[in-house]
Design a protein around this ligand. Structure first.
Ligand code: SF4
Ligand code: SF4
Length: 392
């Protein structure tokens, strides 16, 4: 089957997807409702998905509710607090365990081999975020073996967005709402009165093989031109719902030239330094390492844990923190995301998913912060990018 061939399927036909992935040895991870949010977890069938649920999001606000039309949409929500870095770059990893034996010690084990995983329900902005973390964590001279082992062989079932949240701005970042590559299968869900079907296309040989199993009579399931247009229109509708914008024109130079802008003081008065924005961000990757021993001193473990540029200890160097103020920490985060990330990795560190806006307890909005600086740039004080890396 040609990769670009699109098939159309009913919900009943799509139900064979999870068993088809299981039979190939994948553990399937997908969206599920837990504790009032849509998160990612192991799913055993499509009925584990957030059937008929949607999310409401605003700056500093997230709620789940049943969809208005009481349909049974599987993917009728946007993005939740978690991203796929939960599995690829987890919050805590035991790097090694060691046990003392006389005057020496033995390394007992390293991280167990992760299961082969299939990700079900990956949005376009999330594919972009995975590509960013690929670049950061395995595209450089020092490849992260933990990430690489988890990333290898992932089967990705992407989903085109057919609705957007007020916090989304993927259209500004060029990452969505349509998926453009990096998937094995891509779905577009079509729901309406008396209708529930999926337009599916393969993006790899592995995806084409699964698709052939789901649609054993390809001729009868090839999506008609009308169905394809309907799917396109659904994605266009999501794009047209996106009102939030970030003007990225010259953003790197804009931020480097506004290191002393008064807006940093303004945002520092609102920011709680809680680090939520970095925890929910699908591209933030910073970690710290803790060594712990038991009370007898015979057993030790080395844990890698997510860290955040919003914590004071993050910039602790030989006796003190480099960034002691809330102002310097917020400025570091935003300037890294949108400016120095481009120098380091050749792309923006932001994919426009909007999570940092939704999950900021005081509703700080990265797009508003950029706009404020752009609309009244500082006259021109420090324009050195080095200065953004170490200043209280
Ligand atoms: S900075 Fe905010 S909007 Fe951008 S990728 Fe991170 S969480 Fe999403
Ligand atoms: S910007 Fe918001 S989420 Fe981020 S540290 Fe400040 S208060 Fe917390």
């Amino acid at each position: 089957m040609a990769w670009h061939a699109q098939a159309v399927m009913t919900l009943q036909q799509l139900e064979r997807l999870v068993p088809a992935l299981h039979s190939r040895g994948y553990q399937v991870i997908g969206p599920a409702v837990r504790d009032g949010a849509i998160v990612y977890d192991v799913v055993e069938s499509l009925s584990d998905l957030p059937v008929g649920w949607t999310d409401e999001q605003e700056a500093g606000r997230y709620r789940l509710r049943h969809r208005n039309n009481s349909d049974k949409a599987l993917f009728g929500y946007v993005v939740g607090p978690q991203s796929w870095k939960k599995y690829l770059h987890p919050a805590e990893v035991c790097l090694l365990t060691a046990e003392r034996s006389g005057r020496t010690f033995r390394i007992l084990n390293n991280e167990p081999t992760p299961p082969r995983r299939a990700f079900l329900g990956v949005r376009a902005c999330e594919l972009a975020a995975i590509a960013v973390q690929d670049r950061v964590l395995q595209g450089d001279r020092y490849r992260d073996p933990v990430y690489a082992a988890r990333r290898e062989g992932i089967f990705i079932v992407a989903v085109n967005c057919t609705q957007a949240a007020p916090t989304c701005f993927c259209t500004s970042m060029g990452t969505g709402p349509r998926v453009r590559g990096g998937y094995d299968l891509a779905l577009t869900e079509l729901v309406g009165p008396g209708k529930h079907e999926f337009v599916i296309e393969a993006g790899s040989d592995a995806g084409a093989e699964v698709l052939a199993e789901l649609a054993p009579a390809p001729a009868s399931s090839v999506a008609s031109e009308a169905v394809r247009q309907e799917a396109e229109a659904a994605v266009e509708r999501a794009a047209s719902q996106i009102q939030r914008r970030m003007d990225t024109t010259g953003i790197r130079d804009l931020l480097y030239a506004n290191f002393d802008h008064p807006r940093w003081d303004n945002v520092a008065q609102r920011c709680l330094n809680c680090a939520n924005c970095t925890m929910v961000c699908p591209t933030c990757f910073c970690t710290t390492v803790d060594d712990v021993t038991d009370v007898t001193g015979t057993h030790a473990e080395r844990w890698r844990k997510w860290d955040s540029c919003f914590s004071q200890n993050f910039s602790y160097i030989h006796g003190g923190s480099v960034r002691t103020s809330a102002k310097s920490r917020y400025r570091q985060w935003m300037t890294h995301k949108l400016a120095s990330w481009i120098d380091q990795f050749g792309s923006s560190g932001c994919v426009g998913c909007g999570r940092c806006i939704t999950w900021c307890p005081v509703g700080i909005d990265i797009t508003e912060e950029v706009r404020a600086i752009r609309e009244s740039p500082a006259s021109s004080n420090s324009n050195s990018k080095e200065s953004s890396h170490g200043n209280p």
